[in-house]
Design a protein around this ligand. Structure first.
Ligand code: I85
Length: 391
């Protein structure tokens, strides 16, 4: 039930391009009533785009999925278009934020908190029998240079305080979380003002530690976007192979396993993103950014990767254990999202060691290799998608 009246009735469309997706361009727009800024994705109304919008619309509503606010079916210069209005993710892409960190080290515990958000989004999709199939760093965006994340870090600082003060902070945190309907901004404001007040009463060292935590750590809510390759993994949606000419009961079992195979692509992506979060370079490249050699391609196929020193010497065994279960070359051996969510590095992410990593400095040093890494990940994802149907 999408709107059929003109999107320009409700929104003023700006020229500011926020990015280009698989099926369309993303520009900034402003709601004429509230003045609130949103992101608008413009797609030609073809079956592939229809599927993208329907699946994104279905999945929207989860805290780690970019929210779909409105969808319009408009004809534009005699071309049928779909226009998706989304919440504006002003914090930009995941790795840009970690790169910008520079001097303040990114820690293993922060990586685990980020992985928890990504896995929560994928668990939500897989529970709805949706495989995303294009899970890559540039599709992971931050809601805003968040106060909520800072407050969360600040709060974890408080947790180490003597019982007395910490209780009132925890209560403030819970109250702010309960007042979720104020949305992230309100919640963060309540939380931060409470935390600042409480930090006034602290001994100078704790107060400085807390205020430093707030200024330095700008983590917000991380969300997944771009459902351009998403597909249903249950039989309900007619797949290429179930067309009239092909009766499913005679096809090979591994083909019918497309349901599990599609989902396993998302878990491979999670493994690659987790590896990059913990060291700053991808698993299938040489650690020091040499260009792709034929040998590299063989390595990707064979799934050969290592945990090179010195970056990986400081990373916990639990983290390496989870990566090994996610980067299994054989999809049937690879962890499912349920197994991943049950892994102690994810469930107990607050207890993961707060060890500083090499990530932000290596991301900065290897900045020029970043585009090449994105291309390589895109090619590998494309080859994995061919496995089922390349619709
Ligand atoms: O990207 C921003 N806002 C945004 C963007 C999207 C978005 C949707 C899609 C994409 N972005 C990409 C762009 C190219 C990379 N892949 C993702 C392609 N496919 C999509 O479906 C959704 C909601 N808000 C933004 C807004 C203000 C400031 C900033 C920045 F941080 F850059 F200052 C970013």
């Amino acid at each position: 039930p999408y709107h059929t009246h003109a999107v320009t009735t409700d929104y003023r469309i700006s020229r500011k391009v926020l990015g280009v997706g698989i099926n369309g361009k993303v520009v900034e727009c402003e709601h004429r009533g509230t003045g609130e800024k949103y992101a608008l994705k413009v797609l030609r109304d073809v079956p592939k785009a229809r599927r993208e919008v329907d699946l994104h619309y279905m999945a929207s509503g989860h805290v780690n999925i970019v929210r779909v606010v409105d969808v319009y079916e408009n004809s534009y210069n005699n071309v049928q278009c779909l226009l998706v209005v989304m919440e504006n993710m002003k914090g930009g892409e995941l790795f840009n934020r970690i790169q910008e960190r520079g001097q303040q080290a990114f820690t293993e515990r922060e990586a685990a908190a980020i992985m928890y958000e990504i896995c929560s989004a994928v668990a939500h999709l897989h529970r709805m029998a949706i495989a995303h199939r294009d899970l890559k760093p540039e599709n992971l965006l931050y809601a805003e240079c968040g106060k909520l994340g800072e407050a969360r870090v600040l709060l974890s600082t408080f947790y180490t305080l003597p019982e007395g003060q910490a209780n009132s902070v925890k209560y403030a945190y819970q109250r702010a979380y309960i007042s979720r309907e104020q949305g992230e901004r309100g919640e963060a404001r309540v939380l931060l003002s409470t935390l600042y007040k409480l930090s006034k009463g602290l001994p100078l060292s704790d107060k400085l530690a807390c205020q430093r935590a707030v200024t330095k750590t700008d983590i917000a809510r991380l969300k997944l976007t771009d459902f351009g390759f998403a597909k249903r993994t249950d039989e309900s949606e007619p797949q290429g192979l179930n067309t009239a000419c092909f009766t499913p009961y005679y096809c090979a079992p591994e083909v019918l396993g497309a349901e599990k195979y599609d989902k396993s692509c998302d878990l491979w992506s999670i493994g690659v993103i987790m590896y990059i979060l913990l060291c700053g370079y991808p698993p299938f490249f040489s650690a020091h950014g040499q260009p792709m050699s034929p040998g590299m391609k063989a390595k990707i196929k064979s799934g050969q990767y290592t945990f090179p020193a010195p970056e990986w010497d400081c990373v916990s065994e639990a983290a390496k254990d989870l990566i090994m279960k996610l980067l299994k070359t054989d999809p049937s051996e690879r962890y499912t999202i349920e197994q991943t969510m049950d892994h102690k590095w994810i469930t107990h992410y607050q207890k993961v060691p707060d060890t500083p990593l090499f990530t932000s400095s290596i991301l900065c040093d290897q900045r020029e290799q970043w585009g090449e890494m994105q291309d390589e990940m895109e090619k590998t994802l494309a080859s994995m998608r061919v496995g089922t149907d390349n619709m």
